[in-house]
Design a protein around this ligand. Structure first.
Ligand SMILES: NC(=O)c1ccc[n+]([C@@H]2O[C@H](COP(=O)([O-])OP(=O)(O)OC[C@H]3O[C@@H](n4cnc5c(N)ncnc54)[C@H](O)[C@@H]3O)[C@@H](O)[C@H]2O)c1
Length: 380
């Protein structure tokens, strides 16, 4: 919980004496001893999964990667066991959760193998390279009775989780508009397997924003109208600049405007979010994309007629999208196991995020609004 302070008047007559407490930190399970097996020892595991699990006090049993040297490097830094075979790691009696972080094309087969052994799953985003594969995996996990979640950890980025808290408490009145705008320089070459992907920005980056907006608003869009473009001379096959318009039920609208080609000094980079309702606004910055590659804390500001007309609150947020939010995705899966319920980041829930992703690509290809139900229907 964070105590906030009204720091500046939103208009000339604000007294600024209110206080607010936002519930935004990842919730952890009562039992943190559930054994975790990690598959894939790449950048995201070394720099986010493992540091977050250490902070949370989670128990990692071991790691497997087809490239043993990667597993060894990760294991050395984080003092965990290396397994030569996936089957051996899955057979370890202490393993209850398999945490997969490999490129999406390899993920469904690994996830099925683990689910068939009765393991609960935390999968990486994107869940699969096709909607059909993702849906079939969700169905298989449900049939096998395992809990399965997706690592869309931006939901637990402090600014996004705090915004969700604000919307849930009704402090914005009726939600009307959501926007996320990003203009940075992304070194995609750090992920060589991404360079030939015909679908790049939305599939691997804005997927977080699509999921975060859905999460904060608590509803899925009806249709998506998207455009994607490249930057002159770029060597990657996929789009690196995107604009996505989201039409939600009623009067609610969303906009994602993303460019990863900002050649200006970092002072010019920005990564902002803004949620507006009939009675307020919550807005802020996504600190992970400032002071790159180190990042900084998220910022947030809240104006609510319901709380105190005339006051702009600017509570300080602790923690970051990377790595702290990874405690949120795994923590939610563990809590769902403890409470025998579906995690809020379940595979079934993630299918809606994937529908928006694939609707965005279909929209780009056909230059028209695409309804989510078209994506679901095409895969049946
Ligand atoms: N949630 C996030 O914010 C976030 C951020 C970055 C990456 N990711 C996702 O995480 C996954 C990994 O990304 P990364 O940045 O670590 O990539 P990376 O290229 O650094 O690492 C991928 C690792 O997977 C291993 N691997 C590939 N196929 C395998 C298989 N069949 N079995 C075992 N290991 C295998 C590779 O040897 C490599 O070590 C991707 O799906 C990516 O989309 C998520």
């Amino acid at each position: 919980m964070s105590e906030g302070r009204a720091v500046q008047p939103a208009s000339g007559n604000a007294a600024g004496k209110g206080r607010l407490a936002l519930d935004y930190k990842p919730r952890l399970p009562a039992d943190r001893s559930m054994g975790i097996a990690i598959v894939g020892a790449g950048d995201i595991v070394v720099n986010a999964h493992l540091p977050a699990y250490k902070l949370a006090g989670f128990r990692v049993i071991g790691i497997y990667d087809i490239d043993r040297s990667k597993a060894e490097a990760a294991a050395k830094t984080h003092s965990i066991a290396v397994f030569d075979e996936l089957a051996a790691l899955l057979a370890h009696p202490g393993v209850r959760i398999v945490d997969i972080a490999v490129p999406a094309r390899y993920q469904p087969a690994i996830a099925r193998q683990a689910a068939e052994r009765g393991k609960h799953l935390l999968c990486q985003k994107p869940l699969a390279e096709s909607y059909r594969q993702a849906r079939e995996l969700a169905e298989a996990c449900a049939a096998l009775g395992v809990k399965a979640a997706v690592n869309q950890q931006m939901r637990w980025a402090p600014g996004i989780q705090a915004s969700r808290c604000v919307v849930e408490r009704g402090w914005l009145g009726a939600p009307l508009q959501a926007s996320i705008q990003v203009n940075v320089l992304t070194p995609w070459e750090l992920w060589p397997w991404l360079s030939h992907m015909p679908t790049l920005e939305v599939m691997y980056h804005s997927i977080h924003y699509l999921d975060a907006i859905r999460y904060v608003l608590g509803t899925a869009p009806e249709y998506v109208y998207a455009d994607g473009a490249k930057y002159p001379g770029q060597t990657y096959a996929g789009e690196t600049r995107t604009m996505i318009h989201l039409k939600f039920p009623g009067e609610v609208r969303g906009l994602i405007h993303d460019s990863h080609n900002n050649r200006m000094p970092q002072d010019d980079w920005y990564a902002t979010f803004r949620f507006e309702g009939t009675e307020g606004v919550v807005k802020g910055t996504n600190g992970a994309l400032y002071n790159y590659p180190h990042g900084r804390e998220d910022t947030i500001a809240l104006y609510s007629e319901r709380l105190e007309p005339g006051c702009l609150y600017a509570p300080t947020l602790e923690g970051r999208w990377f790595p702290h939010a990874f405690m949120g995705t795994m923590g939610e899966l563990m809590r769902a196991i403890e409470e025998d319920r579906e995690p809020v980041n379940s595979l079934a829930d993630n299918l809606l995020t994937l529908q928006t992703v694939f609707a965005a690509y279909k929209s780009m290809a056909e230059n028209r609004p695409v309804y989510l139900e078209e994506i679901a229907a095409a895969a049946t």
